[in-house]
Design a binder for this molecule. Structure first.
Ligand code: OSB
Ligand code: MG
Length: 371
């Protein structure tokens, strides 16, 4: 592939409902949409799922625009020919961090690459299934009856597991209420790093409720404390924020910091790194599943492709389009099959068409680079 043009769109789309986590409330969902074009006019799309503030990650809309403009684009204009999307990480490896920014570019190149081959991305990636299991991630709803209603609605819709967000003071009570109302459904919690080890007794109490796993209970950068907590509780710990690379995954597995990983391809720098984590963790008997960041239909395409990998053993945080947004940036929107799965489409690239007018309609800023 020889790159000719890269366009960045700062897109803001409104969520249908407020999504609250331990770090904040989201209603306007920001991201950077990346459009790459090669010298033949073939196009690929990607998404950098960053927020406007450094809450989940230090990367934001503005750090992404800056790192592309001052570093990634100048580097790529000197080396416009790219053999495979897997090369991108190494081409940009002199720049530390900014894995989400790197991932958005890598995604767009994977889309372009598989479209040029006229093959679905998930097949190019080596996926082993064409339907991926869908789970629902429900934000903090500080009202028990509203929470039960929400869980009921999503179970009715067919989602294969329920994840609720928790934070200190909102943990045992909602878990107990859901168990009371729905029995032994596949249930898990996500703390988004809001606890510390002094809460060990809360987690021991939670052991009684047979959760599938507890996601990212402790500090976002700490593997050691998670290994201490894991040794003291029965419920598997699943890490999200703490795993930013294959190296983190290997260290975490070695010291027993987690038994499951929520792999967000964007968080780890792209699909190439996500696949490496899939492969290495498979050998170490650490199953994975694919997480999300409330992506638009563009980002969702890369989650779906990743969820077809062979070490994905749990339902993913990949919901249908209508769960998040009134209007999708892609056609057709991602939809849920009656068995609670989403189909990896048998069409070139991510399998859906990006509607450029809608991308433009939701853009606050558009920057074009000729390479
Ligand atoms: O921690 O998994 C998380 C959304 C934004 C930021 C962090 C997280 C989430 C989710 C939503 O849980 C998952 C989804 O996209 O459905
Ligand atoms: Mg999480």
């Amino acid at each position: 592939m020889e790159l000719a043009k890269i366009v960045l769109y700062h897109v803001v789309v409104k969520l249908r409902e407020v999504f609250e986590t331990s770090f904040g409330r989201t209603i306007d969902r920001h991201c950077i949409i990346v459009r790459v074009e090669d010298t033949y006019g073939e196009i690929g799309w990607g998404e950098v799922p960053v927020d406007d503030a450094p809450l989940y990650s230090y990367e934001t809309v503005d750090t992404t625009l800056y790192i592309y403009k001052d570093f990634f684009i100048p580097t790529l204009s000197k080396e416009r020919v790219i053999e495979s999307p897997s090369d991108v990480q190494s081409k940009l490896s002199i720049f530390r961090g900014y894995r989400m920014a790197k991932a958005g570019l890598e995604f767009a190149l994977w889309d372009l690459y598989s479209r040029s081959l006229r093959k679905p991305l998930y097949k190019v990636l080596g996926g082993i299934r064409d339907r991926v299991e869908s789970g629902i991630s429900i934000g903090v709803i500080g009202d028990l009856s509203a929470l039960i209603k929400a869980v009921d609605k999503y179970l009715e819709r067919g989602y294969r597991r329920v994840k609720i967000k928790v934070k200190p003071g909102w943990d045992l009570e909602p878990v107990k209420a859901i168990r009371r109302a729905f029995g032994e459904i596949p249930l898990m919690i996500d703390a988004n790093a809001s606890y510390n080890i002094s809460y060990v007794n809360t987690f021991k109490e939670l052991d009684e409720y047979k959760l599938l796993m507890i996601e990212q209970p402790l500090h976002y950068d700490d593997l050691y404390e998670h290994s201490v907590l894991q040794s003291r509780i029965k419920t598997p710990i699943c890490l999200d924020e703490s795993i930013k690379s294959l190296s983190d995954a290997l260290t975490g597995a070695k010291i027993g910091a987690m038994r499951v990983i929520n792999v967000k391809p964007a968080r780890v720098g792209g699909l190439h790194e996500a696949k490496l984590i899939n492969d290495y963790m498979k050998d170490l008997n650490v199953p994975i599943w694919i997480g999300g960041m409330l992506e638009t239909g563009i980002g969702r395409g890369f989650q779906v492709a990743a969820a077809t990998l062979d070490n994905v053993k749990y339902p993913n945080d990949i919901s249908e389009s209508s769960r998040y947004y009134e209007e999708e940036l892609v056609e057709p929107p991602w939809s849920l099959n009656s068995d609670g799965t989403i189909t990896a489409l048998n069409k070139p690239g991510i399998g859906v068409d990006v509607i450029e007018e809608r991308v433009i309609k939701y853009s606050r800023k558009i920057i074009e680079f000729k390479l």
